[in-house]
Structures are given as C-alpha cells and as structure tokens.
Write a protein of this length. Structure first.
Length: 154
C-alpha cells in the first residue's frame, strides 16, 4: 500500500513543517494546496521533507496528479469515526484541512470515490485536534488498518 497526504490551505507555517516531517517519516508524498498570501518558509524544511513536497493549485490538480486512490478526509463533520474506515485500497490518501476552517464541503464533494469523510473522536462536540496530531493519528490508523500493518512506502 502507498500512502499520500494532502494539506488544504495550511494557515500556520510551523504546522506545515510538522505535517511535512510526519509525511516524510513514512515516505509519503505531501501535496499542499496553499492558502493565498501565506509564506510557508519552505527553505527551512529538512531536505527529506522537501523532496516529497508538491505545491499544487487546486484539489482537482492534486487528484489528477495522484490518480486512483481511496481518499480519507479528516473533518469535524465526518460521517464516521476514523477507526471505522476500511483501508482496502492499494493507495490511501489522507486529506487534512486548514487549521481554522478545515475543508469546505464543496471541495470535499469534488474528491472522487472511493472516499470516506471521517472524524476523530473528541469529548467536546465540534472540537478538533491540532492538524499535525490529527495526521499522526490518521497515519497510525492507516498502518493499523492494513492487513500487513505496514504501508509499502515505509
């Protein structure tokens, strides 16, 4: 299994750096759809994170670059919990959104099937974890949810 990550409109450069490091740690490509007007200070990223980073301009461009995959979108309005998602596809893409507004529903609707819009359980309704912590939880679930227990790109 191959794992990729999409980060939609990151707000905070440090969060992008943390997400890039997490993606690089499992050899996942990271596709970033930048928020207009934000300087991400990409020159400060470690080389191993930079080599797997792709700056793209839209979700459509990202989906075309990745190709056929199962998309797991992390959102507070998810229809199921992350641990309920079946990771049965050969390529899994974890999609995370902006720290302040997530991923608009019209953008999620444009992501092709198969996809799951999932949430991570929290005690307080509507609350969410830090975006890097959410990605770490999701990557753990992807690895745990596979039969082999280890993505091929590790």
């Amino acid at each position: 299994m191959k794992v990729n990550v999409i980060f939609y409109h990151p707000k905070n450069p440090q969060n992008l750096h943390d997400v890039a490091a997490l993606a690089a740690s499992i050899r996942a490509d990271l596709y970033v759809i930048p928020r207009p007007g934000v300087d991400y200070k990409l020159e400060m990223l470690q080389q191993k994170a930079r080599t797997r980073l792709h700056i793209v301009q839209s979700m459509e461009e990202t989906v075309n670059a990745i190709g056929e995959a199962m998309y797991v979108v992390l959102e507070t309005y998810g229809t199921k919990y992350l641990h309920e998602v079946e990771f049965s596809h050969e390529r899994i893409v974890v999609v995370i959104g902006a720290e302040d507004y997530g991923i608009p529903q019209h953008v999620v609707e444009a992501i092709p099937e198969p996809k799951a819009v999932a949430k991570i359980p929290t005690v307080v309704q509507g609350m969410s974890y830090n975006v890097a912590a959410s990605l770490a939880i999701a990557l753990y679930e992807v690895v745990r949810g596979t039969q082999s227990g280890k993505p091929r790109n590790l």
